[in-house]
Design a protein around this ligand. Structure first.
Ligand SMILES: [Zn+2]
Ligand SMILES: [Zn+2]
Length: 450
């Protein structure tokens, strides 16, 4: 955002925990700079409660210079939960503390109608005196596909994602947890064994990585044509634009709200001419869960109590809707007939108009070829009684594997690994009960041998 302001000649100052810390260490006073030297202050929400910002507000020189407050991604006021609310509440209060009550502009691409809109209005302390401009957030340059996962979020194999390696498209896969992202990464990494530029081609972007690694990944996504698949978590979903993305994949648990699907799809800046897609992989139980949530809502007007088993009604509605695009239009109160935007950007690069036939997976169901390599728990091979593993053989395998793991431990690097117990090299679960799994799994064997 800083970059965009600078491009039109407005000077900026970013004030967040990092820049405050940096300024303190370099002996400069960031708050003095804020008072009179810049046109735009880009303030992290937590700074609203700092005493330094309080002093700034009381400064006469500063007061006279403030003409407007802006809140970007303002839907977050409603969705970021109770812990953030006291901080966000400050936005309206801060505005009232200034003598001339500056203009307040709140922006978002995902504000649902009804209580969500009124909640945001209340957080900003607007009462009835505000003007709402609601333009359509429909993205006709994107195709919405909802698919069912064949793996579980606890799997080690994800064959339904094999296509991301074959495709020459640039893809961001959003996984619900870092752990799932890591397993997806490991799976794809091994599958991509023969592909050139594997290190550039498949990358992870999450908060556990070094900031420099994440920065390199972003740089590759922007500039390097060999960058293909980025496996990301939430960290990449707000405020980061990657212009040349073809597909966004949401993988793992059911997305928490419909906003999440649209925000992540929004990482595709311009899907024109790319046939860009937002592909949502849902657990096999998603439809059942969605039905239950909407049923509970209908009966009691409340949500279930257990946050892990319940989902937001907006996503339940989206999952069950036949046409995903129609569902988005209803949830966000999109005006159906809209006067085209006359701004210079839209005149040069007009958005894709509504097509005659919707291409979402509800309107045109996909035919997905069955993966030949998909693990199937149901195809059990019948083994004749004489060839089955006996109790004695099990005990023998277990003893041999225990001995093997001690050998692995003894051979390991003394500096690096001698503090670890031998179980770290081969967990008990594998040694005692699942030895047949490791003996037959190339992936597991390789990963333990490394
Ligand atoms: Zn449709
Ligand atoms: Zn415009």
């Amino acid at each position: 955002m800083e970059h965009k302001f600078n491009l039109v000649g407005l000077s900026t100052l970013v004030i967040n925990a990092d820049t405050v810390d940096e300024a303190r260490r370099s002996g400069t006073d960031i708050w003095t700079t804020a008072r009179s030297e810049v046109s735009i202050l880009l303030l992290a929400p937590e700074q609203l409660k700092s005493s330094e910002f309080g002093h700034l507000l009381n400064n006469k020189e500063f007061q006279l210079r403030v003409v407007a407050f802006a809140v970007d991604e303002s839907h977050l006021l409603d969705t970021w939960g109770a812990s953030f609310r006291p901080v966000f509440k400050q936005i309206g209060d801060v505005r009232m503390r200034l003598p001339q009550t500056p203009v307040l502009i709140a922006l978002t691409a995902t504000l649902r109608v009804g209580t969500h809109t009124s909640n945001v209005r209340d957080f900003l302390g607007l009462g009835d005196s505000y003007h709402l401009i609601r333009r359509s957030n429909a993205r006709f340059d994107l195709q919405f596909l909802f698919r069912t996962m064949s793996s579980s979020p606890r799997s080690l194999k994800f064959p339904e994602l094999d296509w991301v390696l074959e495709s020459e498209r640039r893809i961001i896969i959003f996984c619900t947890t870092i752990s799932l992202g890591f397993r997806v990464m490991t799976y794809l990494w091994r599958r991509a064994y023969e592909l050139r530029d594997r290190r550039k081609r498949i990358r992870m972007y999450n908060s556990l990585n070094w900031p420099s690694y994440n920065a390199d990944t972003l740089e590759l996504m922007h500039t390097d044509t060999s960058s293909r698949v980025t496996i990301a978590t939430d960290t990449l979903s707000q405020g980061i634009d990657v212009a040349n993305t073809d597909d966004v994949v949401l993988y793992g648990d059911i997305p928490t709200t419909s906003d999440m699907v649209l925000q992540r799809g929004g990482r595709i800046r311009d899907g024109k001419g790319r046939n860009s897609r937002v592909i949502v992989y849902l657990p096999s139980t998603a439809v059942e869960t969605a039905l239950k949530v909407l049923d509970d809502e209908g009966q009691q007007g409340r949500m279930g109590k257990d946050a892990r088993t319940t989902i937001d009604p907006s996503i339940a509605y989206l999952i069950l809707a036949k046409c995903k695009v129609d569902a988005v239009n209803k949830l966000y109160g999109n005006p159906i007939e809209e006067v085209p935007c006359g701004c210079s950007t839209c005149r040069v690069n007009p958005p894709v108009p509504k097509p005659e036939q919707c291409n979402c997976s509800g309107c045109i169901p996909e035919v997905i070829e069955k993966m030949t390599s998909a693990p199937s728990a149901k195809t059990k091979v019948k083994i004749p009684a004489s060839k089955r593993v006996t109790k004695v053989m099990r005990r023998h395998a277990s003893t041999r594997l225990t001995r093997f793991r001690v050998e692995l431990w003894e051979d390991a690097d003394e500096c690096m690994d001698s503090m670890l117990p031998s179980e770290e090299f081969l967990p008990d679960t594998l040694v005692k009960s699942s030895y047949h799994t490791i003996c037959h799994s190339k992936v597991i064997l390789e990963s333990y041998m490394e």
